[in-house]
Each structure stands twice: as structure tokens, then as C-alpha cells.
Unconditional design. Sequence first.
Length: 375
Amino acid sequence: MTHEPERQRAIAWLTTSPIRVDHPGAPGHGAILHGIDQRRGPMGLYTEITGYAVSLFASLMPGAQGGALQTLERAATDAADYLVGIQDKDGAYPHLPDSGARGGAGAGPWSAYSFDVAACIVGLARLHKAVPDRGYLDSATRAGRWLMGLQRDDGSYVALQRQDGQRPDPGGFYGTGSCIHAKNAIALLELHAATGEPALLRAAEAVCERTLALQAEDGAFWCSPSARYVFSHAHAYACEGLLYAGTVLDAGRLTDSARRGIDWLSRRQGGDGAWLSHHKTKLASRRGLAGALLRPRPTDAAAQAARLFSLAGPEHDASRRAALAFVLSCQVPGGGFHYRRTLFGDSPFLNTWSAQFAAQALTWDAAPARAGDLF
């Protein structure tokens, strides 16, 4: 059984206003919003998610025809043009939630996240293959040089750099040294494939090796050396980065690590097909107490897990179907997805990346999954 109507609703939600900013001539044209707050309305622009959108739309283009293909092409190129337009002279794509009002990167001050920039690189490098004459690879290559400048000697990544050059650690699951930076390897390897630059390959291998050190014996990935808990969303990111790199590099050590992480997801899946936001937390901590009282189950992690199960093979098919069932139970009629479900109901936030991951998971429900399309 496929879920084509639900998939089409998700894609339509992602490619139309307000999620996709469609105001030609305005600074934010082509960008993708953080999502919708059902209580207060549309949320701000999100650089990372705009990069994801370019990758998703580019991956959907080969199977589309007619008006659907035109919609995806327009959405992909508009999003890519927006990213090129906000790129800093040093190569970063800043986080500018209100760039429409502030006039883009030049208005400052701003911050750029290494993870976000990597997501944008992936989208631009892939779209370049379909439309090679729009300068997307040049932009991605400049961003790649900036990204490598944030890699530390141990292979891990600085999470954040401000416009003034300062690099404060934002902490938490996305802080400096986080396991999520395994996905930076996808950007580095996409650029290496396009340019052949050896330094990109070395940087990708280094961050993967560093991520292996964050894996616990049971297969779970700690958020970072200083954040010793497991965040399902971040754990899935680590699996995605290592699985992509292991596949591209034919590196069994990386693929085996990713598969151990996928097996951990299968073992920790709840009866409703979902995962708790956090694992391995102390009950006395704020996270542990919130988890015990609310039982939050996020749709982003469930959709990510469904993608990983598709790539891991038929032995995880039951887990994949259960994860998809949970995600679809959180879809609203307009096509978006509640961010999470708790014992007290569904979140009012419809976060865009949940729909992006779900759209790809639903595509792979009826078509072969390719690690090379992970974003």
C-alpha cells in the first residue's frame, strides 16, 4: 500500500505560500519558512531548511512531469537563488529569520551554523547537476571553504560563527562537537565528487571518524562529549551522515556504525511507531522529568527513521511501516505535520523539516531508496 495522496499533500504544502515565500523581487523570495504556529501564524525564514528544500525538490524532479515538474523546478531554483543572494563574502549562508525586513546578509549582525551551511551546500551541489549554468557549484564551493575553516583538529566542527568572527558554543544537541556534524560529510563529499579536491575528502573522513567516538556500545549516538544524552533527531542525523559516507566511500566501518545506530532505533521504537525525544537521560534532570510527564514523540525523528529503515533493507520493513503510520497520523489536512505528539495532544507547531523528511520517506515507500538522495 502506498500513500500517494498524503505525499502529494506534503509536497504541495512545501511548495506553496506561506511555507515557500513567493514574492518575486522581495529579499526573502524563494526562501522556506521554519513552519507554521497554528496559534500565531507563519514563522520566520530558515536557511538550513531552505537548503533541505533544494535537495528535496531536486530529488523529486526526475520523477515529475508537466506542471508538477515546473513547480519543483521553480521552487528549487528560487530557493537556491535566495541562498546565493544571502551568501557572505567569506562563503557562509547566514541564519536570517527576518532577512526580508533586514535586507539580507549585508544588514548584519548575523550568525552562521556549520550544519546549516552544509545543508545548503548539498542542495546547491545537487541542483547544479540539473541546471549547471547558474553558478550554484561556485557558490557551494566557496561555502565549502568556509565550512572546512570551522573543522577542529580532532575532526569535529565548531557549531557557530558570528559575523564578527567569534565562535561561541551554543551548546545542547547542536553545539560544537555534536554528532549531527556527521552530516557535514555529505556536503564535503558532494563537493569532492564535483571538484576532486583532496582536502574535502580528508575533511569528510575526519568528521566521520570523530562521530564514531560518540557511539555507545548499544549503537546510540551521544549528542556530544559534553552532552551525554541521546536526542532521537540528532541520533538519526549521525546515522544519515555515516550511512551516506560509508556508501559513497565504500567504507564498511562507517556503514556498520550507521547500521548499529539503525538497529538501536528499531529496538527503541514505541508501540505507536514513534520515539521519545530524549533517551538515556536522568529522571531528576529537566529533560528526564519532561520526558516522563509529557512523553513527547517528534515527527521529524520518526520520518528520519523511516528513511533510514528504507535504506537498511527489508529486515526493518515492519519498523518502517510503523514509523510512517505514526507520521501520517500527525499530518494535518493541509499537508503539514505536527512537530510532536505528547500525552496532552499534538504540538501546534507544524515544522517544515518534518514535512520534508516525510515527503522523502513517503516517496521511498513506493520507489527504491537511494543513500545518495539523503539530505
